[in-house]
Design a protein around this ligand. Structure first.
Ligand code: FES
Length: 105
């Protein structure tokens, strides 16, 4: 079952240039805005101790700030060395200006 939990206001993500850290029930997530669509992954890079929310978003790719590895924010798949392990992605939707994240239970 998927339960949707508020992560942030859409306006916060828009104001953060499309990349925003969010804490959802103890999980550190990164939220992304790509062509009006919202995506979410775990914030921690799978390659090392770096936060993807502090990286650079180029289209639907997030560049890790530590070694410049890439992930596709749509599904968390690795898209550039040295990243080889997917980062967990979450279902995201917007309702009434609020970003909701799907938590699997
Ligand atoms: S810690 Fe993210 S690419 Fe190395």
């Amino acid at each position: 079952m998927t339960r949707f939990v508020r992560a942030a206001a859409l306006a916060e993500l828009q104001g953060a240039d499309g990349v925003l850290a969010a804490n959802v029930e103890g999980r550190s997530l990164a939220l992304y805005l790509v062509d009006g669509e919202v995506f979410a992954t775990d914030d921690l890079c799978t390659h090392g101790a770096a936060r993807l929310s502090e990286g650079y978003l180029d289209g639907d790719l997030i560049e890790c700030p530590l070694h410049q590895g890439l992930f596709n924010v749509r599904d968390g798949s690795p898209a550039g060395a040295p990243c080889t392990v997917p980062v967990k992605s979450y279902t995201a939707k917007v309702e009434g200006g609020e970003i909701l994240i799907g938590i699997e239970e």
